[in-house]
Design a protein around this ligand. Structure first.
Ligand SMILES: Cc1cc2nc3c(=O)[nH]c(=O)nc-3n(C[C@H](O)[C@H](O)[C@H](O)COP(=O)(O)OP(=O)(O)OC[C@H]3O[C@@H](n4cnc5c(N)ncnc54)[C@H](O)[C@@H]3O)c2cc1C
Length: 331
C-alpha cells in the first residue's frame, strides 16, 4: 500500500489554505454517494460536496419504487439519507458546500467552493442534471404531488387518472405514450401547432386512443392544495384562459446538465453532458464523471448509482497507477 503524502485529507480550509484530498466527489445524489461509498471502502477518505440538493433529484420525489432492495418502495429523501449514512459509515466526509470553480489543467485539481479550496488528486463529478422548469405558480410547491418530470418513475401513481404532458419533442411524446399504460387520458399541451418529435413517434401518438392534443397553448399555473387539481391554460394566439381539471402534469421541456463550470476544460456534447468512456473517464486523466451529468439516456437512480460506483473503482485504479493509494477495491 502506497500512501499519498498529504498533510490532511479532510477538514475545511480557512484563511486561504487549500485542503488536500485524494478523492473529491462533487454532488450528493445517488451517483455521488455511491462513488463516495466505494472510495471510502478503498480507504481513500473521500470528501463529498453536497451542493444545494442534498440527496439529489431522487430526494425530490415522494416514493421510489424501482430501486432494487425495497420491495415496498422507499421515500426519496429517506433513500438519500440511507445513501449518505452508508458512505459516512465507511469514512466519507460530507461537506454542505457547493463548488463554483475548478482548475483541471494540472493535478492536483483545484476546486473552489463557497467555503473552501480543495486540491484533489482525483475528482468524481456527479453534479446531475436539472429538468427544465416552466417556472409558473404552483409548479414548485406541487412537485412530487402531481407535478412530475419523470414518467418512468411516477406514471404508476396515475392509474386511471387524467394527466397532461407539457412539451412537443421526442421525450414528451415518448413519455406521454408510456403514461397511456396507466392514465385514463393523456393530453399533450404544446405551445405550437406542430410537434418537434420524429414522424414515427408522432404517428404512434396520433393513433393512440388515450392520447389527445391541445395546440398553441401554454400552462400558466398549477392549482391545488395538497395535490394537483387543475391547471390554468392560455391560448397563445387569442390570449384566452381556461381551467382544466387534471390529476397530474408531466413536464418534458428539456434537461440541463449541471456542467457549466467545466466548459472549456472537459469534453462535453452539444447539450453539455460530459463525455466519458465505459470507465467513466472524462477527457482529463484523474477526472471521472457519473450519473446524469454524463448520461442523457437512462436518468434513473439505479443507473446513476451504478455509474458512481464504477467511477470510484476507476478512480481507485487511477490513483494506484500513480502510486498514490491503497489496494484497488473492486468488490
Ligand atoms: C421528481 C423526480 C422523481 C424521480 N423519480 C425517480 C424514481 O422513482 N426512480 C428513479 O430511478 N429515478 C427517479 N428520478 C430520477 C433520479 O432522481 C435521477 O436519475 C438521479 O437522482 C440522478 O442521480 P445523480 O446522482 O446523477 O444526480 P442528481 O440526483 O441530480 O444529484 C446531483 C447532485 O449534485 C449536486 N450539485 C450540483 N451542482 C453542484 C456543485 N456545483 N457543487 C457540488 N454539488 C453540486 C446537487 O446538489 C445534487 O446533490 C426522479 C427525478 C425527479 C426529478
Amino acid at each position: 500500500m502506497v500512501e499519498l503524502n498529504l498533510t490532511s485529507v479532510s477538514g475545511t480550509a480557512t484563511g486561504g489554505d487549500k485542503t488536500p484530498v485524494k478523492v473529491l466527489v462533487l454532488g450528493s445524489g445517488p451517483a455521488g454517494f455511491s462513488a463516495a461509498l466505494y472510495a471510502a471502502r478503498a480507504e481513500l477518505e473521500p470528501v463529498v460536496l453536497t451542493g444545494m440538493e442534498l440527496g439529489g433529484q431522487a430526494a425530490l420525489t415522494y416514493t421510489i419504487e424501482n430501486y432494487p432492495g425495497f420491495p415496498e418502495g422507499v421515500g426519496g429523501s429517506q433513500l438519500g439519507e440511507l445513501f449518505q449514512k452508508q458512505a459516512e459509515h465507511f469514512g466519507a466526509k460530507v461537506e454542505f458546500d457547493t463548488a463554483h470553480e475548478v482548475d483541471l489543467s494540472k493535478r492536483p485539481f483545484l476546486v473552489k467552493t463557497d467555503n473552501a479550496e480543495y486540491l484533489a488528486e482525483s475528482l468524481i463529478i456527479t453534479t446531475g442534471a436539472s429538468s427544465n422548469h416552466l417556472n409558473i405558480p404552483g409548479e414548485k410547491e406541487l412537485t412530487g404531488r402531481g407535478v412530475s418530470y419523470c414518467a418512468t418513475c411516477d406514471g404508476w401513481f396515475f392509474k386511471d387518472k387524467k394527466v397532461i404532458v407539457v412539451g412537443g419533442g421526442d421525450s414528451a411524446l415518448e413519455e406521454g405514450l408510456f403514461l397511456t399504460r396507466y392514465a385514463s387520458s393523456v393530453t399533450i399541451i404544446h405551445r405550437r401547432e406542430e410537434l418537434r418529435a420524429g414522424a414515427i413517434l408522432q404517428n404512434r401518438a396520433m393513433s393512440n386512443e388515450k392520447l389527445g392534443f391541445i395546440w398553441n397553448t401554454v400552462v400558466t399555473e398549477v392549482i391545488g392544495d395538497e395535490k394537483v387539481e387543475a391547471v390554468r391554460l392560455k391560448d397563445v394566439n387569442t390570449g384566452e384562459e381556461r381551467l382544466l381539471e387534471i390529476d397530474g402534469i408531466f413536464i418534458f421541456i428539456g434537461h440541463t446538465p449541471n456542467t457549466q463550470m467545466f466548459k472549456g476544460q472537459l469534453e462535453m456534447d452539444s447539450h453539455g453532458y460530459l463525455k466519458t468512456n465505459m470507465q467513466m473517464e472524462t477527457s482529463v486523466p484523474g477526472v471521472f464523471a457519473a450519473g446524469e451529468a454524463a448520461d442523457p439516456h437512462f436518468r434513473q437512480v439505479v443507473t446513476s448509482a451504478g455509474m458512481g460506483a464504477a467511477a470510484a473503482i476507476q478512480a481507485t485504479r487511477f490513483l494506484e497507477s500513480q502510486g498514490e493509494t491503497a489496494e484497488v477495491q473492486g468488490g
